[in-house]
Ligand binder design. Structure first.
Ligand code: UT7
Length: 339
């Protein structure tokens, strides 16, 4: 696991990095468990007891990942009190880009009118937002850019096999965004820990559509452009990796879990959240949960949750926040933020 500890006064040539605004957006359309009962052989009881999910949002047919990302970004910029022309860099974390290229970040740059901004995508699946935060923070810390917009956005409904009950009940669409800047006399992002294990890439993948297996009539007929997952193995790896990443991040900051005001875990499954909380020794009241309303929105998950936690008053200036994520790759990560 690699880690980066952000500087305080000991390394004055690097700046501290704060999140100065957050925002999120989910599509209007709600898909309930009752509706899924009509599509595949499943039940509200099974989905609720195995995952905690009651409903998820589904983007409209003409709505792409860049549209969700743009709406979330407008809210984050408004909360930060800045205009799009002040943004220096846009990073979008997604596994459901509008297209393979150009990047979704470039499309967001145009839709926002962020005319000065450089823009690129990163891909770390459900861990993408914390990976993007880490990358963005280095640009601000090093004085390369003053204002970086970090977005986690997904239209998971576009890669779901709606005949596969093992996966179609789990995911949803949405986006969350954060503005990173140096705020004088504030600490902000204290540490980030990232990890990956490509040896387990096959546990969760979208096999076709890339250079290894380009799109053909045969690949489409075989459903190879849909997400595939070994749920049980993914579950076990998720719990262990998230608990380890969070423990490492806390240790680097010399913090104990009891000092954290709000733990925001990746929202994949209530049982994963509970198990991670238990391994960390967290009080359930410290854990932020919205998986019941949105399902697993991959890279958007902790970004949406962070915005909701702030809007609900669960996080206030000076509070310590722990983000912890896990996804395909495998990838995982944690971040500690002094709000
Ligand atoms: O975002 C990061 C990556 N994603 C995750 O972290 C997700 C990780 N995995 C999970 O959350 C869980 O493994 C699942 C929710 C996917 C599955 O829960 P599980 O307790 O591991 O269930 P299971 O795979 O052991 O399946 C149990 C049974 C199977 O039937 P049999 O073989 O025991 O007869 C499945 O066919 O449940 C069946 N099943 C369903 N039944 C009703 C699977 N999906 C459904 C369904 N409705 N939607």
């Amino acid at each position: 696991m690699t880690s980066f500890r952000h500087p305080r006064s000991s390394r004055p040539h690097l700046r501290t990095v704060s999140i100065t605004g957050v925002g999120s957006y989910v599509p209007e359309r709600i898909l309930t468990n009752a509706e899924l009962e009509k599509i595949v052989e499943t039940s509200d009881e099974w989905i609720t007891s195995r995952t905690g999910i009651k409903e998820r949002r589904i983007a409209a047919p003409g709505e792409a990942t860049s549209d969700l990302a743009t709406e979330a970004s407008k809210r984050a910029l408004a909360n930060a009190g800045i205009t799009p022309d002040q943004v220096d860099l846009i990073i979008v974390a997604t596994i459901t880009p509008d297209m393979l290229f150009p990047s979704t970040a470039c499309l967001v740059q145009q839709k926002l009118g962020a005319t000065r901004a450089a823009a690129f995508d990163i891909e770390a699946a459900c861990s993408g937002f914390v990976y993007a935060l880490d990358i963005a923070s280095h640009f601000v810390a090093s004085h390369t850019y003053d204002t970086v917009l970090v977005i986690g956005a997904e239209k998971m409904s576009s890669v779901i096999d709606w005949t596969d009950r093992n996966t179609c009940v789990l995911f949803g669409d949405g986006a969350g965004a954060a503005v990173l800047q140096n705020r004088p006399n504030a600490h902000g992002l204290l540490t980030t820990c990232l990890g990956s294990d490509g040896g387990k890439a096959g546990l969760l993948e979208q096999p076709a559509g890339g250079s290894a297996c380009p799109a053909t009539a045969d690949s489409v007929a075989k459903g190879m452009h849909f997400l595939r997952m070994d749920g049980k193995q993914t579950f076990k790896n998720a719990v262990n990796a998230m608990a380890a990443a969070a423990t490492e991040a806390l240790a680097r900051c010399e913090l104990s879990i009891s000092q954290i005001k709000c733990v925001i875990p990746h929202q994949a499954n209530q049982r994963i959240i509970d198990a991670v909380g238990e391994q960390l020794g967290a009080d359930p009241a410290q854990l932020f949960v919205n998986v019941d309303r949105y399902g697993n929105t991959s890279a958007a998950s902790v970004a949406i949750a962070l915005d909701e936690a702030v809007r609900q008053g669960r996080i206030e200036r000076g509070d310590l926040v722990l983000l912890v994520v896990f996804g395909a790759g495998l990838t995982w990560g944690a971040a500690v933020i002094e709000w």
